[in-house]
Design a protein around this ligand. Sequence first.
Ligand code: GRF
Length: 197
Amino acid sequence: MFNIAVFASGSGSNFQAILDSTTQNGILSDATICGLITNKAEIKAIDRAHSAGIEAVVLNPSVYPTAREYEASLLSTLEIWNTDLIVLAGYLRKIPVSVIDRYPNRILNIHPSLLPRFGGKGFYGMKVHKAVKEAGDHETGCTIHIVTEEFDDGPILAQERITISLSDSAEEIAARVLTLEHDLYPRVIASHMKSLT
Ligand code: GRF
């Protein structure tokens, strides 16, 4: 069994799609979610974890006296869970270098645009979809990549695209992209797991 730790900061709909793929549709039948790490309490992702009997740990870097202590907590939590792979699913904090070094090639992220377009600091949530609309782009999509020290950087594993029209609202674009994400992320995680074994 592959132990996947998911990191999320919000609704956790991608977390749910990954979780469902470990238990329902066979896509991630070789994996189990060993835990959820969030930087905030009272987010829907935590409720989703608890409903599924998955441990959720809130680790907020801002409440630790030093970055070192925060990183030690993060690393020891991942260690206790015997984590094989870290999956970021709407996680809005940077991953410390010490964690990237400990899990080389084993941290994935999903971003709701066709990177490198509309990626990097400040491009998250609806801001991405509004920027796509303002640019008048005719296509958008989502990207799954390996996590490096920079936001939304790192080798791209997969992209899926959709055609959009100028009359689509940012909210409509967001909803369509999110549906794509739910379909793509579990499949890319499964194929990445295979490449690691
Ligand atoms: C997704 O659009 C993902 O691409 C981005 O954050 C959003 C998270 O949505 N990184 P959810 O919390 O999984 O619903």
